[in-house]
Design a protein around this ligand. Structure first.
Ligand SMILES: *[C@@H]1O[C@H](CO)[C@@H](O)[C@H](O)[C@H]1NC(C)=O
Length: 145
């Protein structure tokens, strides 16, 4: 029984690692890099936004398992098989982007495994007319899901 439990739990122990928290300035580029255990090179990597339940995750973007950069709206994801890591970037960060996200690896014969990253957005440091900023950018594009 004990061996069975260890076997159950071990695949997820450090399959995906990443930052616990990242902070991006409003309007800047957010970049999160997550690394994965060797052996998962050809699996899809994904980035999703968590709702109040950690297992309810709105998929934002994912790779096909290749190293090709996938871009959707403001978000792109790129896997690096050599470095065993993938980079997610999100441009034009808005305050609404703050929240909990998962970077993860899809597994065919097992549940996906992922790491939770908290994204914090700090209001633009510049003292210039915040109001017109918000107006001109229309508070960012609607999220593409
Ligand atoms: C992947 O990572 C390796 C090792 O860190 C690096 O040398 C290489 O340039 C990276 N490849 C790409 C496409 O970024």
């Amino acid at each position: 029984m004990r061996i069975f439990l260890v076997w159950i739990l071990s695949p997820g122990v450090w399959a995906v690692k990443g930052p616990k928290q990242v902070t991006a300035d409003q309007g800047s580029l957010l970049a999160v890099s997550c690394s994965y255990e060797p052996g998962y090179e050809l699996n899809s990597k994904y980035w999703c936004r968590q709702s109040f339940l950690w297992f309810c995750c709105t998929n934002i973007i994912q790779t096909s398992g290749s190293e090709v950069t996938v871009t959707q709206g403001r978000v792109s994801i790129r896997d690096n098989h050599t470095a065993h890591s993938f980079m997610v970037t999100q441009s034009g960060v808005t305050l609404g982007d703050a929240g909990r996200y998962s970077c993860g690896v899809k597994r065919k014969l097992w549940f996906s495994t992922s790491h939770t990253t908290r994204v914090m957005v700090s209001a633009a440091a510049s003292t210039t007319t915040e109001g017109s900023d918000v107006g001109s950018s229309g508070r960012g594009e609607p999220p593409v899901l």
